[in-house]
Structure formats: structure tokens, C-alpha cells
Design a protein around this ligand. Structure first.
Ligand code: TRP
Length: 328
């Protein structure tokens, strides 16, 4: 028996991994993988709830994300790393859970309302989109995960998972499902190149797949303190997105840069140049690794298979028990 607690987390397959994903989630996954029996998945079915006509790009992105995760340090010998749709157990449990999940529980989930308002170019008035958090509950429950490391925005989904688990146990007079706990990992929200939260949908993200030239271009165009119009204007690092990057990539120089910025001793262009070298030192080895994974497709497939098999043993077993309990 494995005495470690079980951990599951997932990332949507809507795009490749960017620095915001890394500092908001993936870095923590890497740090936690040794202490838990860890399951990390690429949520391609979740991506399909909003991008249902973009199967091909979701499929391509899933491979790219797996390569990114491996390059960032997820160890396939330690954690189970897999793509959600390769395990039909998730979909099957999702369907069973959907039978007992009251509609009002789903309608009041904040992400349901906000995403529907945000994504205007797609008809999200669908059964699948409303069921997004039920699928997420199935992801967690099919492994009986104890711990779910997520950003704060995902807390209502883990809360719903607990409610569904409780309701299942109550209705079927069982204690089968445990109640998972969220573990917040968003200790660093890193801004995008326009100063808003880094996000694929804002087009302000810096990816591990970006070449050195692309990153240079993005950084040189990056927004800084808007009050600093001229080189002689003094700046305020506290509200400058560029400075948030300096704190992450250039911690030894950050205090000095801040002081100089306050008295217009350093300009934004020079500040960006100081960042670029450091950022590239960090990104380059990960970029090289991810490229090697992408080029060796059969190795990548092997690694995905290993993760899928590991996950399958647990998911299959739990799903069979659920079916017994439900008596089907
Ligand atoms: N909904 C999560 C997000 O957008 C991704 C996700 C899917 C997930 N299934 C999960 C996260 C299960 C944690 C556990 O970030």
C-alpha cells in the first residue's frame, strides 16, 4: 500500500505552457510530486467544452503541454502524467455524477457566469459547458484524491466536488467518497506583457516554446509604468509589470533597479535589457528540453502511455466500485 496522500491537478489544453502557468501552478506541482502519490493531467475534454470545434488544435496542444510539463520537471517515473480523454473512466464517472448533481449547484458557480460573459464568440449555452465542474469533480473523485493544488479561481470547483461526494455518500448510504481539499498554489500571479494577468486568451503571454527573438520582441514591447512617458520621468516599480518580472528573474538586482527607477536613473529600455538575459537563462534550458520531447514523438507516446496505465489502474478500480454502489 502506498501511504502517501493522493494529489491530482490538471491544466486545460487550450494552449502551450506560459510563464504564468509555470509560476502559478506547475512550479508547485514539481515541488509536490515527491511528497504525494501525484496525478497530473492535461484536461483536453475541459478544453472541448468551450472550443468544441477545435479538436485538432486541442489534440496538438495536449502533446505540447505534456512536453512542456516534462521539460519543467514533472517526473514521469514519480507522478502519473496523462491526457484526460485517454481515460474514459473520467467521462463515465462524470455521467454518473451528473445524475445526482442538482442544476442550481452548477448555475451558481462563478466561473460559469464569468466565462459565458467573457467568451462571446462561442455559443456556451450548452449542457457540456454547464457540466464543466462536474467533469472536474469526476477527475478528482475517480482517483479519490485528497489534495487538489489549484489557483483561487478554482476553489468553487473543489467545493462543488466535496458537495457532490457528500451527496453521493448520502444517497447511496456509503462512505466511499472522501472529501478533497484544495491547496492554493497561486503564490505568484505574474502579469502579462500588457500588465493584465498573463493568459493565453489575452494574447499577453510568454511561452516556453517562444524563441529567444520572440521573447525579446515581447519584452521590448512590454508595458511599463504608464506615468513614465519620457526617459526623465520618474517611475513607480510597484505598479510596473516589468518590475514584477525583475523580482522573479533578477532578484539580486531588483532593489537596485527599484531605487534607480524611482529617480529616473535607469530607463525602461535598459531595464528590459537587464531582464532579457536573465529570462533567457531561465527559459532556454526548458525550451531545449521541450523541443527534444516534441521531436522524439515515440518517446513522448511511451511516456504518456506509462502515465495513462498508472492512472488507469486506480481509475478503473474506483469506477467499478462506484458502479457496484449505484448497482449498475
Ligand atoms: N479547471 C481547471 C483550470 O481551468 C483545470 C482542471 C481540469 C483541473 N480538471 C481538474 C484542476 C482537476 C484541478 C483538478 O485550471
Amino acid at each position: 500500500m502506498n501511504s502517501k496522500k493522493r494529489l491530482l491537478s490538471g491544466i486545460q489544453a487550450t494552449g502551450k505552457i506560459h510563464l504564468g502557468n509555470y509560476f502559478g501552478a506547475v512550479k508547485n506541482w514539481v515541488a509536490m510530486q515527491a511528497d504525494y502519490e501525484a496525478f497530473f493531467m492535461v484536461a483536453d475534454l475541459h478544453a472541448l467544452t468551450t472550443a468544441y470545434e477545435d479538436g485538432i488544435s486541442i489534440k496538438n496542444n495536449s502533446y505540447e503541454v505534456i512536453a512542456d510539463l516534462l521539460a519543467c520537471g514533472i517526473d514521469p517515473n514519480q507522478a502519473a502524467l496523462f491526457i484526460q480523454s485517454k481515460l474514459p473512466e473520467h467521462s463515465e464517472l462524470h455521467l454518473i455524477l451528473s445524475m445526482i448533481t442538482p442544476l442550481p449547484w452548477l448555475e451558481r458557480i462563478p466561473t460559469y457566469k464569468s466565462k459565458r460573459e467573457e467568451i462571446k464568440d462561442k455559443d456556451l449555452n450548452t449542457y457540456g459547458f454547464l457540466g464543466y465542474p462536474v467533469l472536474q469533480a469526476a477527475d478528482i473523485m475517480v482517483y479519490q484524491a485528497n489534495v487538489v493544488p489549484v489557483g483561487k479561481d478554482q476553489a468553487p470547483h473543489v467545493e462543488l466536488t466535496r458537495e457532490i461526494a457528500r451527496r453521493f455518500n448520502f444517497l447511496f448510504k456509503t462512505e466511499f467518497f472522501i472529501e478533497p481539499e484544495e491547496k492554493f498554489t497561486q503564490f505568484l500571479v505574474i502579469p502579462g506583457t500588457d500588465g493584465r494577468k498573463m493568459s493565453k486568451s489575452y494574447g499577453n503571454a510568454i511561452y516556453f516554446a517562444d524563441s529567444e527573438e520572440v521573447i525579446k520582441d515581447k519584452v521590448m514591447k512590454m508595458v511599463t509604468d504608464p506615468a513614465r512617458q519620457k526617459r526623465t520621468d520618474v517611475g513607480n516599480p510597484e505598479i510596473c509589470p516589468l518590475f514584477s518580472f525583475q523580482e522573479i528573474f533578477n532578484p539580486d538586482l531588483a532593489a537596485e533597479i527599484s531605487e534607480q527607477c524611482h529617480k529616473a536613473g535607469i530607463g525602461c529600455v535598459d531595464c528590459k535589457k537587464k531582464l532579457l538575459g536573465k529570462m533567457n537563462d531561465f527559459v532556454a534550458p526548458i525550451r531545449e528540453k521541450r523541443e527534444r520531447y516534441i521531436l522524439d514523438k515515440s518517446n513522448l507516446d511511451d511516456l504518456i502511455n506509462i502515465g495513462t496505465q498508472k492512472a488507469k489502474v486506480v481509475a478503473r478500480n474506483n469506477l467499478e466500485k462506484v458502479k457496484d454502489i449505484v448497482k449498475i
